[in-house]
Design a protein around this ligand. Structure first.
Ligand code: SAM
Length: 265
């Protein structure tokens, strides 16, 4: 049974991603479009897992090495294991996390998630990145995060769902501008430049399933960081961003760009 407000006639990225990660919160339409993606890119499930592994690595890095205590995770998705707040709070129990997503199925799950996480430290806002003012004005944000202290803005595997005409650079910049110096922005994004022919098939399958999907080039992804200082090693394939084991045999095997930057000052 679909929770109220969940449209099961068109594919949704959160539910397709859940399916690739082995979850059960997906419907036939999500599996059909997800399978079409997998036909064009057979390793797509591994890529989704690598994106999650990056998320764990980067949160660990930000908490332990950069001293970040607050996270604003936009396009947080259906909960999976481990979730961002679990990674942050296992290092620093009082780390504060605000999740934001615009999908009603994520809203339904977040209630249970927040209930389990303990009041106050982890919260959820049902909102859309295309309306950054509504995120910034939400009282949940003000009562959970202190915007005078550094925040890590997480835009992980979600900007590709926003069309150029909705200006994902401008809307994410509005959030970045609201954060103090010493804050970080984290981006992963499917790359247009790894295998353009496979990406074209995926974009076509997404369109047939009623979904917007815009893979972008490395240069387009670098624009998201603006004048913030890129942390080493810069914008690189997700497998090459500070691997926690031996360097990957083929860093280009997962078609995602990844980068982290710090607000100067
Ligand atoms: N960030 C998670 C990760 O990397 O594991 C989940 C990524 S999932 C592929 C993309 C998420 O972005 C989905 O949950 C989707 O609902 C959300 N999303 C898409 N467009 C959005 C928008 N305009 N505003 C907020 N969330 C959005």
């Amino acid at each position: 049974m679909a929770p109220p407000g969940v449209d099961i006639t068109v594919a949704h990225s959160a539910r397709m991603y859940d399916w690739w990660l082995g979850g059960t919160d997906n419907f036939a339409v999500d599996r059909a479009v997800g399978a079409a993606f997998a036909e064009a890119i057979p390793d797509i499930r591994t890529m989704a897992r690598e994106n999650r592994r990056f998320l764990d690595r980067v949160v660990d890095h930000l908490v332990r090495e950069a001293g970040v205590r607050q996270f604003l995770d936009i396009g947080s998705g259906i909960p999976t294991s481990p979730n961002l707040h679990e990674v942050a709070q296992r290092n620093v129990p009082d780390a504060r996390v605000v999740y934001v997503d615009n999908d009603p199925i994520v809203l339904a799950h977040s209630r249970a998630l927040i209930g389990d996480a303990g009041a106050g430290a982890t919260e959820y806002i049902h909102a859309d990145l295309r309306d950054p003012a509504s995120i910034l004005a939400d009282p949940v944000l003000a009562r959970t995060l202190d915007l005078d202290r550094p925040v890590a803005l997480m835009l992980v595997a979600m900007l590709m769902l926003i069309a150029d005409e909705d200006d994902p650079w401008g809307t994410s910049r509005e959030l970045m501008d609201a954060l103090p110096p010493g804050s970080y922005v984290v981006v992963t994004h499917p790359g247009q430049d790894f295998d353009p022919a496979a990406m074209a098939k995926v974009v076509e399958a997404a369109g047939r399933g009623g979904m917007t999907l815009v893979p972008r080039t490395r240069t387009e992804v670098e624009r998201f960081f603006g004048d913030w200082e890129l942390v080493e090693p810069g914008v690189v394939p997700v497998l090459a961003w500070r691997p926690d084991g031996p360097p990957p045999a083929d860093p280009n095997a997962a078609y995602y760009w990844a980068g982290v930057a710090r607000k100067p000052g």
